[in-house]
Design a protein around this ligand. Structure first.
Ligand code: HXC
Length: 517
């Protein structure tokens, strides 16, 4: 009886110690910067009182560099499982207050255990990263821990959604793991990601760069595209993760059941008649179309600040979750370039892996010309988008709102790449290229020989436009299934997805394809 009581006391003592993390001094440091501690992050993210912690009492066994005196329960990471909006998730949250959240053998084992459970049980993994990378005192054992984690991220890829939050200064191995996951969140001004930090860069390349400039939220959501979301603070970051999860199934076998909404609201929407300017050279905001056709005008955009010439994100139509990919005429005239191709390809592959139907809104004058694009591999990167669309077997509905020229016409979920239902507005222009460019190529001689080249050019452009700059040729060939009026867009798209809801399609049996990575 006495032993039982003393063990209970001992357990309580140990738990209380574990809850302290790296100690109160460290917790104060967090509060000063308006950040949450590793434990608070979990509590805030999960539904109230749903968190169960695993391996709370583990400690490292390292004896190097006086490490035997730096022992903490949990060893710098809190692991476990709980619920988000009533659905099971597995989670780990690194604790920077314990040895900089650095990766040890024990920390790795704890994380791997949670990852294996997530995969076995078909539930999303959420990784909250706040770590200085491999624990230097543990040498190759800490590297091995990273290897074990990376392997699991890769095995779980396409099976369960994996979401990373970067919530501190993360370096080395602490950033490769997140880059293998599906969505990466960062917090403005307090989170950083880099393989090697500013000091190492200065030594090796003599460049001077701040942590913020090198790997802050702005850098990774605008320049590199490594992260998908830049959030204002810890709480905002965690709330956005909850929101994103509402759009995702728990695993690749689950199809999120659509909630049939009471008021489908399929009547005409006249606002849609006035969004696209009459002048085909004038830009407009494609998001205005999105907001006018999806349920509750609600669009959860991903990678908003990266490659804004293509828009990606999630919405619902008649209660059904969908992924949207849309050219944005407001940025670079909606041209496809390297970044846009990479961004959209990855998004499409995510949707396809997790049974999320794809709506494509097309207004694209072509691929972006230029030496910078060509020399940096536009051909390969553009092919990624082509590959992703063609490989995707989820229901695909495409609406050509205005331009669909050349290779970009084929790429953007055309009938030829297994687009299931392809719609177009009456003023859509589906052709090899725009009228002026085409005439400059095919009527050079005529214009040269003309007494009035300007007038001849105007006439030829008119002729070309009449013949090619419309959706009727493509509709006549069956490449476009239906030409619809803008005001009826929602009705037609809802009906199209409804017609495809039991779609079955697959790719030939193979080990895996070889996309142009
Ligand atoms: C052991 C570490 C550590 C690490 C930080 N700490 N990083 N301990 N291994 N990798 C400890 C510090 O010694 C310190 O302990 C405490 O954490 C807080 O660190 P500070 O430096 O005081 O914090 P801050 O000034 O906020 O700077 C954060 C930081 C910096 C930018 C992340 O700590 C840093 O540069 N760390 C090293 C980054 C790095 O090079 N990691 C290895 C990458 S190689 P005390 O006891 O003083 O509080 C790698 C290989 C894997 O990860 C590659 C796989 C592909």
């Amino acid at each position: 009886m006495e032993t039982k009581q003393s063990n209970n006391d001992l357990l309580n003592k140990k738990i209380n110690k574990a809850l302290e993390g790296g100690g109160s001094a460290s917790a104060e440091k967090y509060k000063k910067n308006n950040r949450l501690t590793a434990r608070e992050r979990i509590e805030f993210l999960l539904d109230k009182n749903t968190f169960t912690e695993t391996d709370q009492l583990r400690k490292h066994n390292c004896q190097n560099f006086g490490m035997e005196k730096k022992q903490f329960y949990g060893d710098g990471v809190i692991t476990g499982y709980g619920k988000i909006n009533g659905r099971l998730v597995f989670i780990y949250s690194q604790d920077f207050s314990v040895l900089g959240g650095s990766m040890s053998k024990v920390q790795g084992e704890k994380i791997v255990k949670i990852m294996d459970m997530a995969l076995k049980n078909g539930a999303p993994l959420i990784a909250i990263n706040d770590s200085g990378g491999a624990r230097i005192q543990e040498g190759v054992e800490s590297l091995a821990a990273y290897g074990d984690i990376f392997l699991r991220h890769i095995k779980a890829s396409g099976v369960i959604p994996q979401i990373s939050a970067i919530m501190g200064a993360c370096a080395g191995g602490a950033v490769y793991g997140p880059s293998l996951t599906d969505f990466v969140f960062m917090v403005k001004d307090t989170s950083y990601m880099f393989v090697t930090g500013p000091d190492v860069i200065k030594t090796v390349t003599h460049e001077e760069v701040s942590q913020e400039e090198l790997g802050g939220a702005k850098t990774h959501t605008q320049k590199s595209g490594v992260a998908h979301f830049a959030t204002s603070d810890d709480k905002n970051c965690l709330l956005m993760i909850r929101e994103l999860l509402n759009f995702l199934p728990s695993n690749n076998k689950e199809i999120l059941v659509s909630k049939n909404i009471e008021n489908k609201n399929l009547g005409p929407n006249n606002e849609l008649e006035n969004i696209i300017p009459d002048n085909a050279k004038k830009p407009y905001d494609i998001k205005q179309i999105i907001k006018n056709i999806v349920d509750d005008s609600y669009f959860f955009e991903t990678q908003q600040s990266f490659a804004a010439n293509i828009v990606t994100g999630f919405s619902r139509m008649d209660g059904q979750n969908i992924g949207i990919v849309a050219n944005q005429p407001q940025v670079l005239a909606g041209c496809l370039n390297i970044d846009a191709s990479r961004k959209a390809a990855r998004f499409i592959r995510f949707c396809d892996a997790f049974n999320i139907p794809i709506l494509s809104l097309v207004d694209v004058p072509g691929f972006l010309p230029g030496t910078n694009q060509e020399w940096n591999g536009l051909i390969t990167h553009g092919a990624k988008l082509l590959y992703a669309y063609a490989e995707a077997t989820v229901p695909k509905v495409t609406l050509t709102a205005r331009k669909a020229y050349g290779g970009a016409y084929i790429v953007m979920s055309s009938r030829h790449l297994r687009g299931d239902i392809n719609l177009a507005y009456p003023n859509a222009e589906i052709a090899v290229m725009g009228a002026e460019g085409a005439i400059n190529v095919i009527c050079k001689k005529e214009m040269k020989e003309s007494k009035n080249p300007e007038q001849t050019k105007t006439e030829l452009i008119k002729k070309y436009e009449e013949q090619f700059s419309n959706p009727f040729v493509a509709a006549n060939l069956g490449y476009i299934d239906q030409i619809i009026l803008p005001k009826d867009t929602r009705k037609h798209i809802v009906q199209a997805f409804d017609a495809l809801k039991n779609k079955r399609d697959k790719n030939p049996a193979k080990k895996h394809g070889n996309p142009p990575l």
